[in-house]
Ligand binder design. Structure first.
Ligand SMILES: NC(=O)c1ccc[n+]([C@@H]2O[C@H](COP(=O)([O-])OP(=O)(O)OC[C@H]3O[C@@H](n4cnc5c(N)ncnc54)[C@H](O)[C@@H]3O)[C@@H](O)[C@H]2O)c1
Length: 249
């Protein structure tokens, strides 16, 4: 039987959770457009996928800029003909300052990438999907959407914003058979997590994780891949925690 391919965009696909998701989708016979501001990182993941026999391409993308995000969607449609799913993982961590020290420019930077960038991605991805009459979008939020993290009010606000954005988008998209969900990872072994614990005094040790370990990027990718699959066909507007029990501790 011939393999049938669906197409997905993965933003932040050059590292960490996005890279693991791009590779897992490719293994499950998705054609993947890897999008990242880091061209070397993104191209490296595309090369890895191709070496595994998968289908992928890279598009340099800055989610802060609307013309860059719309060009990503255009390029995906041009290259692969349609857009079935998107996993939006591009993001940055917190500045690591208390609320009374937090620089307003650092606040803006965090919101511009993590929240406004997510809005731009969902806006242009859903516009392409409305024309097709189906699709699925996953927004990578964070356990920080529901927990107070020390010296992280910029990040907590942006990630909580993403869950509200997803609920609003899901209602708009539902009549068009497009599902939009938020995935809330707990601490996950990636370069971002390493940078966050180095930059944020007190972060390690303030959160209780019943499973007592960090996630692997693959564990988050597995849920993202499931959420865009037909196995999750009745799930929309949800905030799905993948956090070793952090949210209930
Ligand atoms: N690692 C964790 O512990 C953790 C926990 C919860 C949520 N998250 C979220 O998961 C997502 C992925 O994080 P990660 O841990 O894999 O980090 P990572 O740093 O390994 O990967 C993030 C990727 O996003 C890209 N990126 C950053 N700014 C961009 C921009 N403006 N435009 C396009 N790409 C951009 C980076 O180049 C990088 O490749 C983020 O949204 C992060 O907030 C991570």
């Amino acid at each position: 039987m011939a393999t049938s391919y669906k197409t997905a965009i993965v933003t932040g696909g050059g590292s960490g959770i996005g890279a693991a998701t791009a590779m897992l989708l490719a293994q499950e016979n998705w054609r993947v457009m890897v999008a990242d501001i880091d061209e070397a990182g993104g191209q490296n993941i595309v090369d890895t996928i191709r070496n595994m026999g998968g289908i992928a391409d890279f598009m340099a993308t800055n989610v802060m800029h609307e013309d860059s995000v719309s060009a990503l969607v255009e390029a995906t449609l041009e290259k692969f003909g349609r857009l079935d799913a998107a996993v939006n993982s591009a993001g940055v961590g917190q500045r690591g300052q208390s609320i009374w020290e937090l620089d307003a420019d650092a606040w803006d930077h965090c919101q511009e990438i993590n929240l406004r960038g997510m809005f731009l991605c969902i806006k242009h991805q859903s516009a392409a999907m409305v024309g097709q009459g189906d699709g699925a979008i996953v927004a990578i939020s964070s356990a920080a959407a529901t927990k107070g993290l020390i010296n992280s009010s910029d990040y907590c606000a942006a990630k909580a914003g993403v869950t509200g954005l997803v609920r609003g988008a899901a209602v708009d998209c539902a009549p068009h058979n497009i599902r939009v969900n938020a995935l809330l990872p707990g601490g996950t072994n990636t370069p971002l997590a390493e940078r966050s614990s180095a930059s944020t005094p007190g972060l390690a040790g303030t959160l209780r994780v019943p499973m007592n370990r960090m996630a692997t990027p693959h564990e988050i990718a597995a849920t993202a891949t499931w959420l865009v699959s037909d196995a999750a066909s009745y799930i929309t507007g949800a905030s799905i925690a993948v956090d070793g029990g952090m949210a209930i501790a």
